[in-house]
Design a protein around this ligand. Sequence first.
Ligand code: NAP
Length: 246
Amino acid sequence: MSKVIAVFGAGTGLGVSVARRFGREGFQVALVARRKDRLDALVEQLAGEGIEAAAFSADLSEPAEVPALVAAVRDRFGRIDVLEYGPIGFEQNFTPAAELDAATLEGLIPLLLLTPVEVVRAVLPEWTERGDGAFLLTQGYSAVQPMPHLSGIGPVMSAARNYLYSLNGELADTGIYAGTLSIAASIARSEMAEAATAGAAASESLAAFPVVDPDDLAEHYWDMYTKRDRVEQVHPESLAPQPTAG
Ligand SMILES: NC(=O)c1ccc[n+]([C@@H]2O[C@H](COP(=O)([O-])OP(=O)(O)OC[C@H]3O[C@@H](n4cnc5c(N)ncnc54)[C@H](OP(=O)(O)O)[C@@H]3O)[C@@H](O)[C@H]2O)c1
């Protein structure tokens, strides 16, 4: 039976690149996002490359819907071996810390913190039984490094990163891997990057970051998945936080 990767938050940027990278290794692919027409186009694109994929339309800002979604993917493919979580949309904007309020934070928490926790709860029993599985959490660099004007998303993603680190430690020696990829770059071909290029969401802080091909990020994930030797990969690596002297 083929292995299966579920890409939760699948678009034209990183999502389809991760699907393609794992698909090339023989994985079947479940693609999850809200807009079915865009998912169907990605499924067709992957089929043209010999990769079997299926689309699942769901709103990941509804953590209560996770069990049904995971069950639907299992109904279609029989199993889930790897789950990459990286949904992002125009609703998730950076906010300067001085302008942040509770309502803004509350709006970000379901998609960026509550749902990934529920996703892990939904897949862990299967992975524990098999003694294998991998949860890959994609984050922006503000989860790692606080920066002026780039708050809002940062505090919530850093909470998810904190959770992921604990999870990684707890799962050591179980065969289950939890890792996070933190991206200090603008992802080519993503809707977000295209909007930023057009000036809609750009800021001086973001303009300082390089552009990355999502295929290179997907390669990080394949390396992390196969080696399982680190909890976090920062891209570019030069921006990884340095360990403090002990
Ligand atoms: N793009 C960048 O420049 C950039 C920079 C740094 C970090 N990142 C991180 O990298 C990851 C991938 O980003 P990407 O832009 O390359 O993504 P992508 O794979 O191009 O697309 C992500 C998809 O998530 C879906 N999504 C958004 N909200 C959702 C929701 N509530 N429920 C279900 N699906 C939802 C969107 O589709 P629908 O709208 O159809 O649901 C979108 O197409 C994200 O974690 C992001 O935070 C991105």
